[in-house]
Structure formats: C-alpha cells, structure tokens
Design a protein around this ligand. Sequence first.
Ligand SMILES: Cc1cc2nc3c(=O)[nH]c(=O)nc-3n(C[C@H](O)[C@H](O)[C@H](O)COP(=O)(O)O)c2cc1C
Length: 192
Amino acid sequence: MKVGIIMGSVRAKRICPEIAAYVKATIEDNGELFSEKVELQTVDLQQIALPLYEDDDELIPAHVKSVNDYADCKTRSWSRIVNALDIVIFVTPQYNWGYPAALKNAIDRIYHEWCGKAAMVISYGGHGGNKCNSQLQEVLQGLKMNVVGGVTMKIPVGTVPLPEGIIPQFSAHNEKILQLVASCIEATKNAA
Ligand SMILES: Cc1cc2nc3c(=O)[nH]c(=O)nc-3n(C[C@H](O)[C@H](O)[C@H](O)COP(=O)(O)O)c2cc1C
C-alpha cells in the first residue's frame, strides 16, 4: 500500500522534515507488524508550492469530475500525487492553536482525491499540538476521509534543527504510531 507522509510546514527553517523522517523510519523499521507491505512517500508542500487560489479555476473542487478540469497545472500534479496514495499521514506543527495555512490550502485545492482514504494526524508543538490535531481530524472527516486517530508530540520550541538527543526520546510515540498505521491498513482493506 502506498502511504504518503504529508509535511504541513513550509517554513524555510523548520523541524517538520526531522519529525517526518522519524515517522518514516519508525514505520519502515517495523514493516513486519503490518498485514500489507507499505511503500512510504514523503510529500513536501514547500516543494509543491501550490498557489493560493490565484489561478482561474472556476469549479469548486467538489464539482471537479476529472483531473483535467483543474485549470492550474500545479493543482493537476497535486491531484495526481494524492490520487496515487492509499493512506495519508499528516505531520503538522501547531500554529496559534490551528494547523498551517499552507496545509489548509493544499487540502482545499482538491476534493475527491481525499474521499474514502484512511488518514491519521501526527501533530507537534510546545504542548503537543492537540488543538490543531483535533481541528485537522474534523476537516478530514468533512472530506469523507476515514480518520483512525492522532498522535501529539511535545517538542522543544524555538530551535531548528531540534536539539541533539531529542529524536531518540520520540520512541515513546512509536507504539501509538504503529497501531494507527495498522488501523489505516485495515480500514483500507475493508473499504476495497
Ligand atoms: C506562527 C506560529 C505559531 C505557533 N503557535 C503555537 C501554538 O499555538 N502552540 C504550540 O505549542 N506551538 C506553537 N508554535 C511553535 C511551533 O509548534 C514550533 O515552532 C514548531 O517548531 C513549528 O514547526 P515547523 O518548525 O516545522 O514549522 C508556533 C509557531 C509559529 C511559527
């Protein structure tokens, strides 16, 4: 199964790639726990650089019937990236109790591509990002995603990269992350 790890932060200096790399390594190192082989792909919204609705798309995404209906070529390639995924893991920081605007923009650019897919949310922040975690889960439910749950990670704020010795401490989250990935796999199989 193809699993996308979507990074929610697009800041020039950010810790999101470090958290996403930890999540990816945790899943890769425990592949034997899953009933299906997983193929992981990290998706960086900074590189995808979707515009903020400055194109001439008239249709609302929920009314789009085919990828070719998107006027903007970056939206077409974004649609294809998400369409190819079976499972989506969102890795996002909390900003002012919410999740980053760039992530909301990327979510809102498309619609059918999300529907029916299993999803989980890994948030991080000084207090773990639980506010943005629950907000994002609610939005994903609105997109008819099958949201299996979330993980909140407390991180030291204000240091990029993360201080030495912090990543090994994340192992406390391994079990929950692996459980949620297993739930995503089962949800995807049951939906097939
Ligand atoms: C605009 C902004 C708002 C933030 N608001 C919160 C917050 O509400 N709660 C929190 O725990 N941390 C907050 N933080 C701290 C971030 O979670 C922390 O800086 C984290 O490293 C950001 O992730 P990134 O480096 O991958 O962008 C905020 C950071 C920024 C830049």
